[in-house]
Design a protein around this ligand. Structure first.
Ligand SMILES: NC(=O)c1ccc[n+]([C@@H]2O[C@H](COP(=O)([O-])OP(=O)(O)OC[C@H]3O[C@@H](n4cnc5c(N)ncnc54)[C@H](OP(=O)(O)O)[C@@H]3O)[C@@H](O)[C@H]2O)c1
Length: 180
């Protein structure tokens, strides 16, 4: 059964990017992609993915090629520069009904695998508020920034399912508690 998973790295005080969208606090730190709850095992579980436009533009600013083979959706109201030949769909979701329709597309595209909410926090919050988020996996870096882009700016009740150490990070897997 396909699950919808928000998998990301965060500072201890709940920011996934610093002011100005900086990821210096993250990219400078030791992590083992092949280690406990690491990215290498996670990416094998991903059948489709969705991200907001700031995250997409951050990837483009790095000048790197698009690294995902799975069908991807980018939430935006603007015309963003595409990666030629890659399966990336630009869309807006301006109502809960739009978000549910998008989620149905993501689930269908994922097949037997999971849907990855790449970020940012407000995108994950929209899925959580619509009751469409199943799981949160965070790699917590041993740093606070005091300001930045929020991890998950809404009220979500969670149950801790798994904890691991990976390099400098503490990785925690939570299930989302659905109301009712
Ligand atoms: N730590 C990590 O592992 C990690 C992971 C992911 C991202 N990040 C970083 O975190 C930062 C996140 O930035 P952010 O908080 O601004 O979030 P974001 O989700 O990447 O981008 C937000 C933008 O997406 C568009 N959007 C969001 N929801 C939409 C909807 N329902 N319909 C249409 N458009 C929608 C809007 O822009 P427009 O409509 O104007 O396009 C909105 O301003 C980035 O710097 C990213 O690089 C870090």
């Amino acid at each position: 059964m396909t699950r919808t998973v928000y998998y990301t790295a965060t500072t201890l005080d709940g920011f996934i990017a610093g002011p100005g969208h900086s990821l210096d606090w993250l990219l400078s730190r030791e992590a083992d992609p092949e280690g406990a709850m690491g990215y290498q095992a996670f990416e094998k579980t991903v059948g489709s993915l969705v991200m907001g436009s700031s995250t997409y533009e951050w990837v483009q600013r790095q000048g790197a090629d698009w690294s995902y083979d799975q069908p991807a959706w980018v939430l935006t109201h603007r015309a963003l520069r595409p990666y030629e030949g890659r399966d990336i769909r630009f869309t807006a979701a301006d109502s809960p009904a739009d978000l549910r329709a998008l989620h149905a597309e993501l689930v269908a595209a994922a097949g037997d695998l999971d849907v990855w909410i790449v970020g940012g926090g407000p995108v994950a919050a929209q899925f959580a508020d619509a009751g469409l988020l199943d799981e949160v996996v965070v790699s917590i870096a041993p740093v606070t920034l005091g300001a930045g882009m929020p991890l998950l700016p809404t009220h979500v009740e969670l149950v801790t399912r798994e904890v691991a150490q990976n390099g400098e990070f503490t990785v925690v897997r939570y299930d989302v508690v659905r109301p009712g």
